[in-house]
Design a protein around this ligand. Structure first.
Ligand code: G6P
Length: 367
């Protein structure tokens, strides 16, 4: 098919809007129906023999790895380590037998990730790859290819590949959990139920685009922006900060909510917007108390939460963005949408080249 922007002003916006469709497409190849289990492509090794997992990636894909760590540890009770590929390659990692090495990459060509994959293969461990380009070097070299079906991603800043990678990572976590005897059929059915709700929740998240656009000029005026999240929302805070700095050139940092008092709180004043990712649920209260510590020091907060969370803690926020109420498993996929839209609209407000930001490349094939 011809690759064009359709009715959208930029490829990035088009790709953000494609997410309900491409995530559904991706999920369809792993979750066949509500009654069925989550399945993976055929493999010539036994998942039950996996004792630990090492996930390697760069950039946005590395945050998928961090979220995967929360999921695999929670569901499959296997220890997981996550590394950026450039560090993994050179730190002489200990790769014990029984390790599943997982690379995550949109292009399948990122030089450091490819080198890390080859390193793992030389060490004799089994490898899997969550990859978007099926003809890529990594797709050809992994033992188990776990494809994302995001379609071609043109915008340099990754968006739809990220949420599709998360969908596949969830499928991998569930399969590992089942293989390790840590998941009852009833628990798996519940997870499947929540996963198949994701595309509708993504659509609902997208319906808040105009509100996000309306607040973009305020964020565009900032010199520094801080993102906070806890648990699997923490890597999403890192992703929010990365997206913003990549395309709007505003300095941004993502922090684990609980770490804020160990440093970044010193930066807080009325000029540093704080973007708080806090779905209501088990992590909510703690994150909100971190948010209030910042508000007491003048922080201007954008609270991204669901109706319940906004009712409880949104009163003193500069702005709130309401997300649908979703299961904690799928909240990183859903909360990715406002994070992407905010970066997009801030960049447009600043007049930067959204699809081709300065100094960045879509696929980094040199070290
Ligand atoms: C570049 C892109 C990022 C991407 C990273 C990893 O830096 O600008 O958007 O996350 O490479 O790319 P990969 O193709 O391996 O996912």
């Amino acid at each position: 098919a011809l690759i064009d922007k359709g009715n959208h002003r930029h490829f990035m916006l088009k790709e953000i809007y494609e997410q309900p469709v491409v995530v559904a497409q991706t999920l369809k190849s792993y979750v066949r129906s509500l009654e069925e289990q989550v399945s993976l492509p055929d493999m010539d090794f036994d998942l039950a023999g996996i004792e630990r997992v090492a996930i390697i990636a760069c950039g946005t894909a590395s945050y998928v790895g961090m979220i995967g760590k929360y999921w695999i540890e929670q569901f499959a009770r296997l220890p997981v380590e996550v590394d950026v590929a450039s560090e993994f390659r050179y730190r002489d990692p200990v790769l014990l037998p029984g390790t599943l090495g997982v690379v995550v990459s949109q292009s399948g060509e990122t030089a450091d990730t490819l080198a890390a994959l080859r390193h793992m293969k030389e060490a004799g461990i089994t490898t899997a790859g969550i990859i978007n380009v099926p003809t890529s070097s990594m797709a050809r070299e992994v033992d188990l290819l776990l494809p994302t079906h995001a379609g071609p991603e043109i915008g340099v800043a990754s968006t739809k590949a990220f949420t599709c990678q998360l969908a596949v990572m969830a499928a991998l976590a569930v399969n590992l959990a089942r293989a390790k005897g840590k998941l009852s059929p009833a628990e798996e059915a519940e997870i499947v139920h929540h996963l198949v709700e994701t595309p509708a929740a993504l659509n609902e998240a997208l319906s808040h685009d105009a509100e996000i656009e309306a607040m973009a000029h305020t964020i565009a005026a900032a010199r520094d922006v801080l993102y906070l999240g806890r648990g699997s929302d923490f890597p999403l805070a890192l992703e929010g900060a990365l997206k913003l700095k990549e395309i709007s050139y505003i300095h941004a940092e993502g922090y684990a909510s609980g770490e804020m008092k160990h440093g970044p709180i010193a930066l807080i004043d009325e000029h540093v917007p704080l973007i708080v990712l806090a779905p209501s649920g088990p992590r909510f209260e703690k994150t909100v108390s971190n948010m209030q510590e910042a508000q007491a020091r003048g922080a201007q907060v954008v609270l991204i939460s669901d109706a319940e969370g906004i009712r409880q803690a949104g009163e003193d926020a500069m702005a709130t963005i309401e997300m649908p109420k979703v299961h904690p498993l799928i909240s990183p996929l859903v909360y990715a949408v406002p994070v992407q839209l905010l970066a997009y609209h801030v960049a447009v407000a600043k007049g930067t080249d959204v699809d081709q930001p300065r100094n960045l490349a879509k696929s980094v094939t040199v070290e």
